[in-house]
Design a protein around this ligand. Structure first.
Ligand code: 5FX
Length: 529
């Protein structure tokens, strides 16, 4: 291939749409982003979403995501990207969220005109104006009914890789069907956010890929097809509304004429199945078997590559996005960057520099104080609220600013380690953590991560691993799944050692982990969470 060939990756994350372009040597040549709150103020989102009054329902409008695509393509054009060089496009998206296309929408997709923006032409395409997103936790009763219907949480986890979760798509679809049957019946296609975005580039419905599809509680992750029993318990006629799921490296087709005419993409430009942001990060971190990645973003996630798995009631197993025969494990913590930002605002006047100084000014172990901070109902542990314990395990009202900052960061990483160990993640003598996402650039935070896990932490040159993973998957999709993903790299991606554990880390955090477990259990019991 010529030197000019490029690959384009997108990431529709919670707060922004990002794009990155790499060349054939896998070097980044262009990048851009659109912030939903700042660049699209007319939608009045906060953090890219609408948080409803019940404090449980969280949605976002798909038309805003479409407008963000219109904007980012214009920005890339201004940045000098020669669209005709793009050989393939793929994407990553926030997982679990669902988009409901109205009857007749595909017909509209087929006939879009290149002289108009997409958002102007697709306004009328959705049976639900706002899509439920991964932060939603309004479906507890549907989860319970769903688990019962399928034969219990273990059975559901055996089939789909996860017990029922509020943000997973099955309970969201069941809620829609039961509360708004007319809307459900008027829906011709249900997409994930990932397959919705791929649909825009194809101008016909894109299938759901197996890896992101594993976050729905509907896919049989062994058979790699929808599970009949899950579909039946969820809602009627669902198979036809979901379409046929495909392996994540599938070439879905060529780009729609709209993009050829409007932006000058080559007619041959291929669209590779889009997937979830966590599966895409697995690609973007170039994760090897045995290593663990931790993404510190709006949600914090812990993930790793698995060759086999045992079903569990904590965490999720997804089909591996890079090879259909393997799996990946995922743990998701909802209270990531929003909670860090709240404590930064309370204790450090909104300054990350001051936040880091406060963190560095306190010793490992924080004088025995432990904190747990959950602005939203957490996934694991299922808790909400702030809890501060002194060295005698007594609940206290307040910490000093510097103790509060360290209690937050240590508490977040203690929780990650406890719950990662609960699902069988083990830390070997050669283990390392690859940290990614916005907060991975903060040295003080990464040092605490290294100490709590007692392993070295590496970071990438480019912290946006989901978006980079999307661009890398675009190239891998062209080569085909049988061409091993890691073989694409002449040399492994550059990782930088960011932090090494302190000599006394195990001595300090070993006992603290035990205390954390006990205190967490106590809060869950006492509050009946
Ligand atoms: C994973 O299960 C999650 O819910 C989150 O990490 C979303 O993918 C964030 F976009």
């Amino acid at each position: 291939m010529s030197q000019d060939v490029t690959y384009l990756g997108f990431d529709i994350s919670t707060q922004q749409l990002k794009a990155v372009v790499i060349n054939d040597a896998l070097r980044i040549t262009h990048q851009s982003s659109v912030s939903f709150d700042l660049d699209l103020p007319e939608f009045r989102t906060h953090g890219g979403v609408y948080s409803h009054d019940d404090k449980l329902t969280v949605t976002a409008p798909p038309i805003m995501w479409i407008k963000a695509f219109d904007m980012i393509l214009e920005k890339l054009k201004l940045d000098g990207l020669d669209f005709s060089s793009v050989a393939a496009i793929s994407g990553a998206a926030q997982q679990h969220g669902s988009v409901y296309w109205k009857k007749g929408a595909e017909q509209i997709l087929h006939t879009v005109l290149p002289n108009k923006f997409l958002h102007e032409q697709l306004q009328g395409c959705f049976s639900m104006r706002d899509s439920p997103v991964w932060m939603d936790s309004s479906t507890t009763s549907y989860c319970k009914t769903f688990e019962r219907g399928v034969g219990g949480p273990i059975m559901l986890s055996q089939i789909t890789g996860s017990r029922a979760y509020e943000r997973f798509t099955a309970s969201q679809i069941a809620k829609l069907h039961q509360t708004k049957p007319v809307v459900y019946n008027n829906t011709e296609r249900i997409s994930l956010v990932s397959s919705f975005a791929a649909t825009l580039f194809l101008c016909h419905y894109a299938p759901i890929d197996l890896s992101d599809g594993s976050g729905m509680n509907l896919l049989d992750i062994h058979l790699k097809d929808w599970s009949d029993v899950c579909l039946e318990v969820c809602a009627p006629n669902l198979r036809e509304k979901l379409g046929v799921p495909v392996p994540s490296s599938t070439v879905l087709g060529t780009i729609a004429p709209y993009f050829v005419d409007r932006y000058g993409f080559a007619e041959t430009c291929k669209i590779i199945a889009f997937t979830g942001d966590n599966p895409a990060s697995l690609a973007g971190t170039q994760l090897n078997k045995g290593d663990m990645a931790i993404s510190l973003g709006t949600s914090d996630t812990v993930f790793l590559w698995l060759t086999e798995y045992r079903p569990s009631l904590d965490g999720h197993i997804l089909c591996n996005p890079l090879t259909s025969k393997d799996f990946m494990a995922l743990l998701c913590f909802k209270n990531g960057s929003f909670t860090r930002e709240r404590i930064r605002d309370d204790c450090a006047d909104g300054s990350w520099q001051l936040f880091s100084d406060l963190l560095d000014s306190t010793p490992r172990g924080n004088f025995g104080n432990i904190g747990m901070y959950f602005d939203m109902m957490e996934i694991v542990p299922p808790m909400i609220g702030d809890y501060r314990f002194n060295r005698n395990n007594e609940l206290v009202q307040r910490f000093s600013k510097e103790v509060e900052v360290r209690a937050l960061i240590e508490g977040q990483f203690l929780a990650k380690r406890v719950h990662a160990e609960n699902v069988g993640f083990t830390i070997g003598s050669k283990s390392k953590i690859i940290a990614t996402g916005g907060a991975s650039a903060n040295q003080a935070i990464v040092q605490v991560l290294s100490d709590v896990f007692n392993v070295p932490v590496y970071v990438l040159d480019f912290p946006n691993s989901a978006c980079l993973g999307a661009a890398l998957r675009a190239k891998h999709g062209l080569l085909g799944e049988e061409f091993g993903f890691h073989k694409m790299f002449e040399e492994p991606l550059k990782l930088h050692l960011s932090a090494k554990p302190a000599k006394d880390a195990a001595e300090i955090y070993g006992p603290m982990l035990l205390r954390y477990r006990i205190l967490e259990d106590r809060i869950i019991r006492e509050n009946d969470f």
